[in-house]
Design a protein around this ligand. Sequence first.
Ligand code: PGA
Length: 251
Amino acid sequence: MRSRLVVGNWKMHGSIESVTSLLAELQAATSEFPKGSEVGVCPTFVHLPMVREQLASSAIRIGAQNANAQEQGAFTGEVSAQMLAEFGVHYVLVGHSERRQLFAESDATVAEKFLAVQASGMTPILCLGETLEQRERGETDTVVLAQLDAVIRVSGIAAFAKAVVAYEPIWAIGTGRTASPEQAQAVHKSLRQHVAAQDEEIAAGLRLLYGGSVKAANAAELFAQPDIDGGLVGGASLQANEFIAICRTAD
Ligand code: PGA
């Protein structure tokens, strides 16, 4: 049985004051989260130390939004996977569409980052998703499976025993326009079948998150789909009440 996972992606948001109060509210609600489910938050790098301190005795896990695949060196402005692992980071988002589109991350870069995150002992959350034009042309499966294959080719299928995959249609991110539970389920099913064709056991244990305008009002019906194991939540993860309500539905 796959445990449910809800991860908040804070993106480039937060101040010392807002992070402190958001975490205080989340911590106060942790006991209401379904038993056996997992919750994580991905703050900016600059907020990681205070998040770690505030969550020291909490079950909420810490994630990062990006990592450089190199161990160290002359890479001004970058943070390595090793540094994050040493710091106690549990998950790292890899290949988020904003990284692919705004920071020109290629499939090859995404695969390198995936490997580096795993080699450092952390869990990569590999993000995949199609544009609206690609969906309208009927290319959704082709696009997301190609993004998945670009990593599998480099990492091998066995690496997916310790990874999470997030399907995030680009047209649903930050737009308030969520994929319907049926649309999301169809893609999740394709992803799981694709992995199963190479390793059934890994496919059965692989957690597939949906991301793209998840909110309290739509989380329950999305998470009720057989191949949706939780959510990667952007905007709604910055509002304590919304995020808590989403985590409560991850049963
Ligand atoms: P959103 O973002 O929930 O604000 O749509 C999701 C994401 O980008 O991970």
